[in-house]
Design a protein around this ligand. Structure first.
Ligand code: GTB
Length: 216
């Protein structure tokens, strides 16, 4: 059964791979699972048919037979659980890799997303210049600890896992603002993730959507 995922018909990031379908594409590529993509417009995302799968009217979703899933972290977890290659076999190592998945989306990502949202919503307000350093320092608190834990290791806990996949994708959200560069070991970690052939295939696939939309 070939799973079908949803992605933006026109990603606001113009093919930079920041939308969350990229995590799912990368996971599917890592495990060698072919997939189909249904592109959705912003209007379609908010319609009942899409909300039946994604209650919040967002992408990505994942459908495989009679299984319909939402939440990119849960989708990546499902892919990792049902194929070899993204979670270790040893039960304790598997549980630790799962912990890193949660750490990525529930400890590292929230302050990064908050900074983005405040920029969109309050970037033109007089208090924004005072607020931005506070938000960035909250991110640094997490990055300090994450880089201390990673140290000189290649990945967070032994072999590359779904925990690294989500962590690399979350850290990528800092690209272009100069913060990741403050942490050479984390920059190198993200670069290692992006160098993986599965990442490259996933990135090219989502970029092709943007290219087709902008030339067609
Ligand atoms: N927690 C959910 C998950 O992980 O699946 C969050 C899903 C989510 O935020 N989806 C976004 C969405 O559908 C797209 S990925 N937004 C439309 C809406 O809410 O109406 C977030 C995203 C979008 C665009 C960029 N970008 O342009 O750089 C980056 C990230």
């Amino acid at each position: 059964m070939i799973p079908i995922i949803t992605a933006f018909e026109q990603s606001p990031d113009r093919g930079k791979g920041q939308a969350r379908d990229m995590r799912v594409r990368w996971a599917l590529e890592e495990v060698g699972q072919p997939y189909d993509v249904r592109l959705v417009s912003f209007r379609e995302m908010k319609e009942p048919a899409h909300r039946a799968v994604q209650p919040f009217g967002q992408i990505p979703t994942y459908e495989e037979g009679d299984l319909a899933l939402f939440e990119s972290g849960a989708i990546v977890f499902h892919i990792a659980e049902s194929h070899a290659g993204l979670l270790p076999d040893d039960p304790h190592a598997r549980a630790r890799a799962t912990a890193w998945m949660f750490a990525a989306v529930s400890t590292i990502e929230p302050p990064i997303v908050e900074r983005e949202q405040v920029r969109y919503a309050e970037g033109d307000k007089p208090w924004y210049a005072d607020r931005l350093p506070i938000l960035e320092d909250r991110i640094r608190v997490r990055l300090d600890d994450l880089s201390a834990r990673l140290g000189d290791a290649e990945w967070l806990d032994g072999a590359f896992s779904a925990g690294d996949l989500l962590m690399v994708m979350v850290l990528r959200r800092l690209e272009g603002i100069g913060m990741l560069e403050e942490y050479p070991s984390l920059s190198a970690y993200v670069a290692r993730g992006k160098a993986r052939p599965a990442y490259q295939r996933a990135f090219a696939a989502q970029l092709a959507v943007f290219t087709a939309a902008s030339t067609g």
